[in-house]
Design a protein around this ligand. Structure first.
Ligand code: MGD
Ligand code: MGD
Ligand code: SF4
Ligand code: MO
Length: 914
């Protein structure tokens, strides 16, 4: 509702007219004398009017980790406002509560719902793809045509040619279940979203066998030291950022490590102004100081890590049982036991009969060189992982890495000291770190720094992205096996990304900065295609839900063309016309955040599981339908086609099920699809789905939808923690089961792992954490990186008029005044940003806070907000890291905890006046 509309509709109207028209009325109020209460009346009336006649609850199911409960008000079936719910209980009198939660973006959704780019009706493309010519069609017509074509793909080409991908626009458990379930019944490809977008924490995967690990954010409050490493919580974790201020007030020392003075820096005690992409050098220098000064928590390291494991000096590999015994095991590893003066198998390794980290009488040596007798009686020289780590870290004294990182040695010493002497220290690894090739190493080294200083459990440690464990969802989202595919790897191949990598990065430069070249990448990619990371080929049919694939990917247009050229049919399901929907054959209008039942409990920054319950009597916006309803409609339309054509169940031999003593292929039965989808008519709508989840996910027990009606949320129980219990009255810390109960970690060694002897790691000298990068080529002078924006969750809310007014209304980038002056560019000038893979045009905002060697731009303007509709990813060359490709070595085997990233921040650019 705009101002005029508001004035027309509101009860204030009569009063305004009495003053001689709305404007006069406002002016009269603006000049009221002190003590005049009429302004208050104005707002009270607005409040009353927009609080409407019905109230529900909602959260935003976008890729925002906030997960905030809102009250949503509606009048005459139309949402009129949202208010932050402030009902979360305090878990302990000494810990600040999680209220009120919310942000500038969430609160505009009531307007965004009705704004101009909202999709209202099914649309069918009538011009060329991307031409923007559409015809409005009925749901029946759209579903029938889509069903006919998808059934054609399935019967003629097989189930693997269909991709049903649910992107990051619906990351809740309710709304996401529709596309997942349909895809699973049909055997469609399903990309792993975390790696498709570049949000994998492979450094944490290496160390813990877990990518997402950490704390609930109230755990910041009583930390002694907090290291914000390539993360900007003031902007990207808005509703929890208060815990940082409160921690500071409570005595914490806070470091921010970032090239720009980002908004979180002013809440820190120290800013560590690192040069872009050089973090692995800083991390190695931290290790250098810790080891040099003996800051080693001896007991912790011996028991909880692989640092005492023996390494063969001849082969450079871990000493294994099979080295000592004929037919010995692959996964039993050894230490040098000081008590018995010989090698001993470490308990808790996967192949050891003792499934505990408890050392008993063992006293594993951390250092030294020894000899052990091999299976043929030969003497094998061995040393420890600890020695290897110490030797590697010795190469990175802070006064030498300063030339690369720009960080003064005294600051590094201070960081190391603060980490070592803190009772509780947390290193938050931001999502920006693994968008550099060195991110894996930086994070792995930071994990090692936490291990050396004993930071785990209640003493803190690494925090990447923390999620809760929700069991029991499988039968809903994956009743049959689907083609779960590596996200980054599929995007790499589907988008033909190697082409722009080869253009932008020369092999000599690659070798010099990261030690491998494009041939090494191509070879590993080919090897993985044969045997490793799950990849199912370019799809022929794509049903894309809530994903802006053609915006988020690197070399936008090249990726798009490579994928589109192979597609017989592309259907986009979104609540608004985004840059990807623009290229679809069909666009189907979805409901958005406030409009259907939903539930979200997996985000681990707080313990509350939010539930969306739309206000009573809410009218659909246009002809929008929920994802569940759309998928049910598709299943019905497909069954109709299958019946008409007499299509029998299609065998899918990629997946086998037991049938008596035999293995039989899974059958994809199109005729029974609607019944299978609704589970015999019990899961008809979103409310049914939410009820099912509340009844079947044990972490949500004992709550019911009726409980959620009180405040829009329920509270997860103790079982929600992956690696620790979630205590009712304490912040969550990870790895308590390992640290206190001595349960093995989910790694190859059963311990925190800092030595990997996969052949690729060995060949490139990566067996222990080391430094590499930065990779950006010198052919263009400026680094280009794109932190996440305050004004949207990626492209969501990015076109909202209110928010655009707060940020110049059109795409702009930040330039250091010196960088701008050298190019005779001034404030608000239009500039061309270019390199050898693309170019785009944007305005300049002069910003002393960004480093002179970089162009920094808020991530996720829509390409169609730029001139010529070319967005910022046009200048980002494709790049994947060889470190993230190896597959099939212990815990480094494709799974949600081992996949890779599309590298976003290693391209370089030049800027000139447009
Ligand atoms: N408001 C808002 N919140 C969001 C999102 C959003 O779009 N908007 N998106 C969500 C999602 S999906 C994600 S992935 C996260 C991302 O949020 P964050 O984890 O905070 O990551 P970024 O914003 O990409 O970058 C954080 C900071 O990294 C720093 N940085 C850049 N390059 C380097 C470097 O080379 N070294 C170091 N040490 N620091 C560097 C920059 O100062 C930047 O501000 O935010 C989530 N939250
Ligand atoms: N250069 C560069 N590239 C990057 C990054 C970077 O930092 N730099 N960051 C990367 C990261 S971390 C991420 S997470 C990705 C994010 O990139 P994308 O995954 O493309 O995220 P969005 O642009 O938010 O797209 C989500 C879509 O979901 C839609 N949507 C929202 N709610 C609903 C709903 O309820 N129903 C339906 N059907 N649709 C809905 C939204 O309208 C939006 O179009 O970008 C990646 N790309
Ligand atoms: S966008 Fe995220 S932080 Fe903002 S209100 Fe919604 S859930 Fe909360
Ligand atoms: Mo992300």
């Amino acid at each position: 509702m705009d101002r005029r509309e508001f004035l027309r509709n509101s009860t204030y109207c009569g009063l305004a007219l009495a003053f001689g028209g709305p404007l006069t009325a406002l002016r009269a109020h603006a000049t009221t004398a002190p003590g005049d209460q009429r302004w208050e009346g104005f707002y009270r009336d607005e409040f009353l009017d927009t609080r409407g006649d019905a109230q529900g609850f909602a959260f935003h199911c976008s890729n925002c980790q906030g997960n905030c409960a809102w009250k949503v008000f509606a009048k005459d079936g139309r949402v009129t406002r949202e208010e932050q719910s402030a009902a979360y209980p305090q878990i302990h009198p000494r810990i600040p509560d999680a209220n009120p939660r919310g942000c500038n973006k969430g609160i505009v959704h009531s307007r965004e719902m009705y704004q101009g780019d909202r999709l209202l009706h099914p649309l069918k493309r009538v011009g060329e793809r991307g031409e923007g010519k559409w015809e409005r069609v009925s749901w029946e017509e759209a579903l029938e045509d889509i069903a006919t074509r998808v059934v054609g793909t399935l019967t003629e080409q097989g189930p693997g040619e269909l991709m049903i991908y649910a992107g990051t626009g619906i990351l809740s458990q309710g709304r996401r279940a529709g596309p997942l379930r349909l895809g699973s019944l049909l055997g469609a490809q399903r990309l792993y979203p975390a790696s498709a977008v570049g949000d994998m924490f492979t450094g944490a995967s290496l160390a813990y066998g877990l990518a997402n690990t950490g704390h609930s954010l109230d755990a910041w409050f009583d930390a002694d030291a907090i290291f914000l490493w390539a993360i900007n919580p003031i902007v990207t974790r808005i509703p929890d950022a208060h815990y940082l201020n409160e921690a500071r007030y409570n005595g914490a020392t806070i470091y921010t490590i970032s090239p720009d003075y980002n908004p979180s820096c002013k809440f820190a005690t120290h800013w560590v102004p690192i040069k872009p992409g050089t973090d692995a050098y800083l991390a190695m220098s931290l290790l250098h100081v810790l080891l040099r000064d003996g800051h080693v928590d001896d007991a912790f390291v011996r028991e909880q890590t692989d640092l005492p494991f023996l390494v063969r000096e001849d082969s450079g590999e871990l000493l294994r049982h099979r080295d000592l015994r004929a037919r010995g095991k692959e996964d039993v590893f050894y230490c040098w036991d000081e008590a018995s003066g010989k090698e001993q198998p470490m308990p808790g390794t996967p192949g050891h009969f003792k499934k505990t980290l408890r050392l008993g009488k063992l006293r594993p040596a951390l250092g030294g060189r020894y000899e052990v007798k091999g299976k043929e009686g030969e003497l094998i020289p061995v040393t420890t992982v600890f020695e290897r780590v110490r030797a590697e870290a010795a190469n990175y004294p802070p006064d030498e890495t300063q030339a690369i990182t720009g960080i003064h040695p005294e600051l590094v010493e201070r960081m190391a000291r603060d980490l070592a002497r803190s009772d509780k220290a947390i290193i938050n690894i931001g999502f920006a770190l693994h968008k550099y090739v060195s991110g894996t190493m930086s994070c792995w080294a930071a994990a090692l720094a936490c291990a050396l200083t004993g930071h785990a459990g209640e003493r803190g440690g690494i925090d990447t992205e923390h999620n809760w464990s929700l069991n029991g969802i499988g039968p809903l989202s994956s009743p049959k096996p689907a083609r779960f595919a590596s996200g980054f790897f599929s995007e790499w191949l589907n988008g033909d990304m190697q082409a722009s990598m080869d253009t932008h990065y020369s092999d000599e430069h690659l070798k010099a900065t990261v030690g491998y070249d494009s041939k090494d990448v191509a070879r590993q990619v080919a090897e993985n295609r044969e045997s490793g990371k799950a990849y199912y080929g370019k799809p022929k049919a794509l049903l894309l839900f809530a994903d802006n694939m053609f915006r988020r990917n690197k070399t936008e247009a090249h990726h798009r063309e490579a994928l589109l050229s192979n597609l017989d049919i592309f259907v986009d399901i979104n609540h608004r016309m985004d840059s990807t929907a623009l290229w679809a054959d069909y666009v189907l209008p979805a409901k958005s955040h406030y409009e259907s039942w939903d539930i979200r409990g997996e985000l681990g920054y707080h313990r509350f599981c939010n539930v969306t319950i739309p206000p009573e009597g809410l009218k659909p916006v246009g002809e929008t339908r929920s994802e569940w309803t759309i998928c049910r409609g598709l299943s019905e339309a497909m069954a109709k086609v299958a019946k008409a054509r007499g299509i029998e169940p299609i065998p899918d031999p990629d997946f086998l099920v037991e049938e008596g003593d035999m293995a039989a292929p899974v059958m994809r039965d199109l005729q029974t699809l609607p019944d299978d989808f609704t589970d015999g008519g019990t899961l008809n709508n979103d409310e049914d789905v939410v009820r099912w989840l509340m009844e079947n996910v044990e972490q949500i027990a004992p709550w019911t939808p009726e409980d959620a009606r009180k405040n829009g949320f329920v509270i997860l129980n103790e079982k929600a923690g992956f690696t620790s219990p979630l205590y009712a009255n304490r912040p969550y810390h990870s790895f308590e089961r390992n640290v206190y109960l001595r349960e093995p970690y989910k790694t190859h060694s059963g311990r925190q792992q800092f030595f990997v002897d996969h052949p690729v790691f060995k060949e490139h000298g990566w067996t222990v954490p080391t430094a590499m990068g930065p990779l950006r080529p010198p052919s263009f002078p400026l680094a280009f990186y794109t932190p996440h924006t305050r004004w949207g969750i990626h492209s969501q809310w990015r076109t909202n008029a209110q928010l655009l007014r707060l940020q110049r209304g059109e795409p702009y980038l930040w330039l250091n005044p010196a960088t701008a002056a050298a190019r005779e560019v001034g404030e608000d000038d239009r500039v061309r940003v270019f390199n050898d893979v693309g170019e785009f045009i944007a305005r300049v905002k002069l910003m002393p806070a960004v480093p002179p060697e970089a162009v920094v731009m808020d991530h996720a303007w829509e390409p169609h907000q730029f001139e010529k509709r070319i967005g910022l990813n046009s200048t980002v060359a494709g790049m994947i890291s060889l470190l993230e490709l190896p597959d099939g070595w212990g815990h480094l085997t494709f799974s949600p905890n081992w996949d890779g990233n599309m590298i976003a921040h290693e391209s370089s650019v030049e800027v000139e006046k447009a």
